[in-house]
Design a protein around this ligand. Structure first.
Ligand code: IPM
Ligand code: MN
Length: 370
């Protein structure tokens, strides 16, 4: 299969973890006889430095000419003092908006071998396997007005706007229901309907979309309660669907169930079929360039790309099994090593590639899966 992949490394550890994912994709291509072409684009602080804007038009063109997009991370203290429009994060928000990447899937799956790495007791997180579906192109991140100003009394004020069209709610909630159908058949819709108007409409819309899916159970949960339930009883969730900001916060919280934010991949789906894949973690400028970052979230994001954009289920599963094999062997990057001996980014990537090359091990486990 011939595919063109746009690569947006970004800032901080972004380039390192993306390189790891590309390395693994090259192994997959070689092993399973595919032809993956890679093309780089600037985004975030790197783009501000080189092109003067966080998302140059060339980058959008590179993405539009590709079959899928893989992104590292954006942001860092270097650009903290920049005006709002010239911040790295704006590049990420702009690409989400321009490519209409409205449904952000963040799977939270606990690898058995990492149960020890979670700060929660093992019995609480055993078998945790759910997906947060985060709305990604609306809400507080994009609503207008959004600005800081001085009022008539000379006092500084600031405003952000939580705005949604019903159609924007519908399409992401529908995506959540579709996914639940192929899984445990349960959708938890998270809102703050006891206070916010946007949440009242969200709740009503979720109820309406649910009518289209009689075999899926819908449950509503207030966001504060959801934050508590994620720690108290994470095993109850299958699909969690929520607006942009709630999803941002809950997914960082949920990552700790897996032991590290460095483990969580994500897929951002568009209406056009051109999807973007990125680790949930940020650019971690404090450890950038040290070859210690955990590349597994980026590698698992590449696996999601193989499955969702290219339909390469066997290859995707092989990458996931390879990651699991490496974790089972006890090898860990620093974030998971709990003070013990740890492997570098490159070493862990090498281990994943080696596991991937071990056809016998992979196919034995693959058979056990089906
Ligand atoms: C994420 C990040 C971004 C977000 C930032 C970098 C703008 O935290 O992808 O979760 O808030 O969406
Ligand atoms: Mn976030």
């Amino acid at each position: 299969m011939k595919k063109r992949i746009a690569l947006l490394p970004g800032d901080g550890i972004g380039p390192e973890v993306l390189e790891a994912a590309v390395d693994v994709l090259k192994s997959v291509a070689e092993h399973y006889q595919h032809d993956f072409e890679f093309e780089y684009g600037l985004i975030g602080g790197a783009a501000i430095d080189e092109a003067g804007v966080p998302l140059p038009e060339e980058t959008v063109a590179v993405c539009q000419g590709a079959d899928a997009i893989l992104l590292g991370a954006v942001g860092g203290p270097k650009w903290d003092q920049h005006p709002s429009d010239l911040r790295p994060e704006k590049g990420l928000l702009a690409i989400r908006k321009q490519l209409d990447l409205f449904a952000n899937l963040r799977p939270v799956k606990v690898f058995e071998s990492l149960a020890e790495a979670s700060p929660l007791k093992k019995e609480y997180i055993k078998g945790v396997d759910f997906v947060i579906v985060r709305e990604l192109t609306g809400g507080l991140y994009f609503g207008k007005p959004s600005r800081q100003y001085v009022n008539e009394n000379g006092e500084e004020e600031a405003v952000d706007t939580l705005f949604y069209k019903k159609s924007e709610m519908e399409r992401v909630i529908r995506e959540a229901f579709r996914m639940a159908k192929g899984r445990k058949g349960k959708v938890t819709s998270v809102d703050k309907a006891n206070v916010l108007e946007s949440s009242k409409l969200w709740r009503k819309t979720a109820g309406e979309v649910a009518q289209e899916f009689p075999d899926v159970k819908l449950e509503h949960m207030l966001v504060d309660n959801a934050a508590m339930q994620l720690i108290y009883h994470p095993g109850q969730f299958d699909i969690v669907v929520t607006e942009n900001m709630f999803g941002d916060i809950l997914s960082d919280e949920a990552s700790m169930l897996t032991g590290s934010l460095g483990m969580l991949p994500s897929a951002s789906l568009s209406s056009s079929g051109l999807h973007l894949y990125e680790p949930v973690h940020g650019s971690a400028p404090d450890i950038a360039g040290q070859n210690v970052a955990n590349p597994l979230a980026a590698i698992l994001s590449a696996a999601m790309m193989l499955r969702t954009s290219f339909g390469l289920e066997t290859e995707a599963k092989a990458v996931e099994i390879a990651v699991d094999q490496v974790l089972q062997s006890g090898k860990r990057t620093k974030d998971l090593a709990k003070g013990g001996e740890h492997c570098t980014t490159k070493a862990i990537t090498g281990e994943v590639k080696a596991a991937l090359a071990d056809d016998n091990a992979i196919s034995n486990i693959m058979t056990a899966y089906v």
